[in-house]
Design a protein around this ligand. Structure first.
Ligand code: BTN
Length: 266
């Protein structure tokens, strides 16, 4: 991947002025947050070929070897209260499905909230981080970090995730150019930025269409508690509405949700 190739594919797009591709970084989210604190504008994009300390949700590591994935972070500055951004991660997942469809010719599904999957395997993960200004109570910046598997063969994945992960090349069977997908990711994130606060219902409607969790039997893990139920819907804040087997219904917005039949959960 290289900056010049992505800039040329972006063909004058305003965000092409603020894209930077690095060979290696600890975490593109860490660097994007540092740049956001130093005043970098919305639309600043950092892409790395590898990460030495990639981070996933729930404090997990995100393995980020060189030459095979896209590790991507973008700074947004919506300037609203954080309560108005509950749907940001859902919006980012739809944007990534759009980018994958445009660049790679297939549309992944979304496992609530923010994994892109093909069949029963994970293609992409998203980590969103917000900073709120203590003086105004408004969001100072949001960093959306995306890691997508592109060129891996099954044997390239660590044994611990091999039967739960896939890559674009494993899906299409064709060699891919990561610059093309990176450029589509930038276009999709910029469209998201333009409609995030004004088209929330339409974004969530698109999310529901892509969400493979709906109608499935799931388990919700929070600390030591594990509850089983059926995923019934996604509400207007992006929370998963679950009919639990004990007869209660709740909107779940945190915790880990496993789907029966996916990622080895039986
Ligand atoms: C997850 O699946 O738990 C989320 C993974 C998010 C990984 C991306 S890679 C780019 C950005 N930098 C990071 O350190 N994490 C995100």
């Amino acid at each position: 991947m290289d900056t010049a190739a992505i800039v040329s594919l972006l063909d004058g797009h305003p965000w092409s002025r603020t894209v930077r591709v690095l060979d290696s970084v600890d975490s593109t989210n860490n660097l994007a947050k540092k740049q956001a604190r130093e005043g970098a504008p919305a639309g600043t994009v950092i892409i790395a070929d590898r990460q030495s300390a990639g981070r996933g949700r729930l404090g997990r590591d995100f393995l980020s070897p060189g030459g095979v994935g896209i590790y991507f972070s973008v700074i947004l500055r919506p300037g609203c209260p954080p309560q108005q951004l509950m749907h940001l991660t859902c919006a980012a997942a739809v944007a990534m499905a759009d980018a994958t469809e445009a660049a790679c010719g297939f549309r992944p599904g979304i496992k609530w909230t923010n994994d892109l999957v093909v069949g029963s395997k994970k293609l992409c993960g998203i980590l969103t981080e917000l900073s709120v200004s203590p003086s105004t109570g408004l969001v100072d910046y949001a960093v959306v970090g995306i890691g997508i598997n592109c060129r891996q063969k099954p044997e390239d994945f660590d044994e611990s995730i091999r039967n739960m992960a896939c890559s674009v090349e494993m899906v299409t069977g064709k060699a891919m150019d990561r610059n093309i997908l990176a450029a589509e990711m930038i276009r999709a994130m910029s469209r998201l930025d333009a409609r995030l606060l004004t088209e929330k219902s339409a974004i969530l409607e698109a999310y529901r269409r892509d969400c493979i969790t709906l109608g499935r039997q799931i388990s919700v893990v929070r600390g030591l508690s594990i509850r089983h139920g059926t995923a019934r819907g996604v509400d207007e804040e992006g929370a998963l509405v679950v009919d639990f087997d004990d007869g209660t219904t709740e909107a779940v917005s945190s915790g880990e949700v496993s789907i029966r039949g996916l990622y080895g959960y039986v």
